[in-house]
Design a protein around this ligand. Sequence first.
Ligand code: ADP
Ligand code: MG
Length: 484
Amino acid sequence: MSAIVQGATGPFEMVIGLEVHAQVISRAKLFSGASTAFGAEPNTQVSFVDAGMPGMLPVINGVCVEQAVKTGLALNAEINLVSVFDRKNYFYPDLPAGYQISQYSQPIVGKGVVTIDLPDGTAKSIGITRLHLEMDAGKSVHDIRADATHVDLNRAGIALMEIVSEPDIRSPEEAGAYVRKLRSLLRYIDTCDGNMEEGSMRCDVNVSVRRPGEKFGTRCEIKNVNSVRFVMRAIEYEAARQVAVIEGGGTIAQETRLFDSQKGETRPMRSKEEAHDYRYFPDPDLLPLRLDAKWVDGIKAALPELPDARKERFVRDFGLSPYDSSVLVTEKENAAYFETVAKGRDGKMAANWVITELFGVLNKQGLDVSKSPVSAAALGGLIDRIKDNTISGRIAKDVFEIMVETGKDADSIIEEKGLRQVTDTGAIEAEIDKIIVGNADKVAQFRSGKEALKGWFVGQVMKATSGKANPAAVNAILDKKLKG
Ligand code: ADP
Ligand code: MG
């Protein structure tokens, strides 16, 4: 994947803007007291407000407002002290009131910026246009009966934050990094669980293409994409499709499309609706939302350390590379685990063990760090035994494997299996003498210039000591003896 689509007539650049719907973490809905718990029996979490009963009045949930403000602050965005809820009118069976309460011209959060970390180690700023609060609709269920559609209103009225980016994204990779960064931020501050499989984070992907230097082309919007991988694949497909249309002499119609993840393609859904189609107007049941500046300042002061700050601190305090650091801080639980391992130890060594060995095991077993078979304290203990020369780095990998399997700590495994490193130079020297005597031909070859044989000798010593000889000592003694 890359930022450029190579057409038959020349290169095209992708232009991408994302609208992310993030479900707010809150026990109650945006305008009612009904529960938001996931997975309940259909239509068991529906108040009269959510069901659109005539005469019911929405009441704003303060927790949801606080969550939106917190998120706005984490996006380095302006918080609007006055915002307005509007009705977005449309007919749909899972929208009983005939309108969705959303925010249009005066959202709660204005312009902000998010920094994304790219795999090549560079960073890029993506502008945030706005964040507004809105209620979710219900769900139409088509697969219970062949001749009827059922409606489940449990989701109706749950608070969503719609986070709109500027069209600053230029490739599928950047789009993927942006969605991952948003998810990371939301999880750090506990305003959305970021769970894309359960639909608590969904993405509308706007894509257009242009020849380098030209102004923006007409965009298509791909609705409701529900994984990072699908976001990236949808963009790649859609950009190539648009280039083919343009090069075929056609023009791009602004439309709403769907991504078919099975076929890996996008398909038209409907022509793009305009704002006036929804006849937005301020909801007469709700007063403008007014926030106290001091209250906002209090939320800002109470924000936890965010991923960017943590990343910089890891680079500064532990001497990590920016990339390793960004890998470690993406999930706050991973970052906390690493900090426990690294505290009072060699930070780079701790980072290597966590990223390569621990994450390797967790990935293989499909676990996250909270279920790790090796605790941070236990991994720290293993690193201590490498540092104090009880075991070599090589043997430590075997010990780690046993730790994963048995849950035992490094010290007991080293004792039980007798893995203590041989640092006694006398013992190592004795083994080396035996090998030199027994392999006079190899010694002669080495001395006549075949220096690559050194590795073979090291291997023999390790074999004779079951890998327990201290590698530095082996090398030093071999160097001395082989010279003759
Ligand atoms: P709507 O609400 O109709 O979808 P918005 O003005 O809110 O329209 O824009 C939606 C998204 O489309 C934003 O994320 C924006 O960055 C993106 N966007 C706007 N113009 C383009 C373009 N030419 N190409 C790609 N994305 C674009
Ligand atoms: Mg849109």
